[in-house]
Ligand binder design. Structure first.
Ligand code: EPU
Length: 421
């Protein structure tokens, strides 16, 4: 498996284009199952997870092709509504086909995703919503089998116990073709949920309230295919903000808006980082003094769990002690032991990590089993003294498009090393 080799210590300067958002592209690609015809999606990032989703769509009976930032999905005729374990185990987000399949076919058989590196991650809320809409749900041999008597879901009032992100997306897709009105309460308010609602409405759905905690969906009889460009990735942008902050650099993040990053920007400013709107993006200027800053992760609009590892890495360099509390996932601290191997001073007690700032980090061989943890190790490598090897880049490739190429253009000394070197 490839590694990333980084020689730390460079100040990164320049402009970086922000790619399309993985977590917007995945539900949108899954939602294409709701309408026959030819869909065209642009600004789709070239990521392993995107390719897993196109393979899954193919397996279901669609024809999905990725080429140069564009995915074409052709749907005509029969769909086999079975999402097999071999694909779901590679990517939990495969579960996003559940809502569209049940809505389209009146039936779906989807492998249970199981736990992953960051927690148990059940899908009970997705299933509770589908049951409320009239589906029968059974668990058999590791698969969840959902059948709708009569073939069509009916609208329902559903209150989620937790504002689950992909759960809200699955239920929105399911309700789009249901008979009657569905009201989802305590929904996820992430920008990607709003974007999916926008896409579904473009396809002919009638959805209101996405981006707030109450979404209402008036079911329609059919949807039509569309052309659409995916929004920029706020987590990639947030990660580059931390790159600028950690290297005391000066970066222009092209194409990203302020609004989806408010919570991250507020915390980085508290930490002493200069962040300004520009006509074509956001400029981030790091300072040599990083102020210790506490963070608690929350569902949007709170501080995103997907930025916790990168922010913690920055706090390793702060002049003092910070506390980082993870409330969304129960086990999202895999980066801690690796950062400590690089000379950081982090102690975890339950859901809170206490980070004592150190003078400098040292290069080391590290690896992580989660995408964002891997990103935090790459940033750590950029500031560490000496050489860092980040192993298992597989995880990084799931969520960061051309990360080493983008960093090289900003002045980093970083390269991909093939095989086990
Ligand atoms: N949860 C339940 N029951 C459910 C659903 C969720 O208990 O039915 C719990 C989960 O176990 C977890 C919490 O609720 O503790 C939050 O999970 P959520 O469902 O909101 O997360 P997700 O939809 O599985 C998406 C993103 C994640 C991101 C989270 C939180 C996609 C494809 N994935 O996951 O992205 O961390 O929301 O914002 O959109 C990443 O990109 O690195 C990533 C992990």
């Amino acid at each position: 498996m490839d590694s990333i080799r980084i020689v730390g210590g460079k100040r990164l300067v320049g402009a970086v284009p922000i790619s399309g958002a993985k977590n917007a592209a995945l539900p949108i690609l899954a939602a294409s199952l709701l309408a026959d015809g030819n869909h065209v999606f642009r600004n789709v990032p070239n990521l392993r997870d995107v390719h897993t989703m196109t393979r899954l769509l193919d397996r279901l009976g669609a024809r999905a092709r990725y080429s140069d930032g564009c995915v074409q999905v052709e749907l005509a005729g029969a769909i086999d509504p079975t999402a097999p374990y071999d694909l779901v185990k590679q990517m939990r987000a495969s579960v996003l086909v559940l809502g569209p399949l049940v809505a389209r076919c009146g039936r779906a058989v989807v492998s249970l995703p199981g736990g992953c590196a960051i927690g148990a991650r059940p899908i009970d809320q997705h299933l509770k919503g589908l049951s409320a809409m009239g589906a029968d749900v059974e668990l058999r041999h590791g698969y969840v089998e959902v059948t709708v008597p009569g073939g069509r879901l009916r609208g329902a009032d559903i209150r989620l116990d937790f504002p689950t992100h992909t759960g809200t997306e699955n239920l929105m897709c399911a309700a789009a073709l249901a008979r009657g009105r569905t009201t989802l309460t305590n929904c996820a308010r992430e920008p990607e949920v709003e974007e999916l609602a926008h896409v579904l409405n473009k396809m002919g759905a009638r959805i209101e309230g996405a981006g707030t905690s109450v979404i209402s969906i008036e079911g329609v009889d059919s949807l039509h295919p569309i052309e659409h460009a995916i929004i920029p990735d706020r987590v990639e942008a947030g990660t580059f903000m931390v790159v600028a902050a950690a290297t005391a650099g000066d970066l222009l993040l092209r194409g990203i808006a302020f609004e989806p990053l408010q919570a991250v920007i507020a915390k980085l400013r508290e930490a002493g980082v200069g962040i300004e709107r520009e006509d074509d993006g956001i400029r981030v200027v790091g300072s040599h003094v990083i102020v210790p800053t506490d963070v608690i992760t929350q569902p949007h609009p709170g501080f995103p769990t997907d930025m916790q590892a990168q922010f913690m890495m920055l706090m390793c360099l702060a002049k003092g002690t910070s506390r980082i509390t993870e409330t969304v996932f129960e086990n999202r601290f895999m980066h801690v032991s690796e950062l400590n191997r690089m000379g950081a001073d982090i102690q975890v007690n339950g859901r809170t990590a206490t980070v004592r700032g150190v003078e400098k980090l040292q290069g080391a061989e590290v690896m992580a089993t989660d995408l964002r943890a891997s990103a935090s190790l790459v940033v750590a490598g950029l500031v560490a003294e000496g050489t860092t090897y980040v192993r298992r880049v597989y995880h990084l490739d799931r969520g960061y498009e051309h990360i080493e190429k983008k960093l090289v253009q900003l002045g980093a000394q970083i390269e991909r090393v093939p095989g086990d070197a």
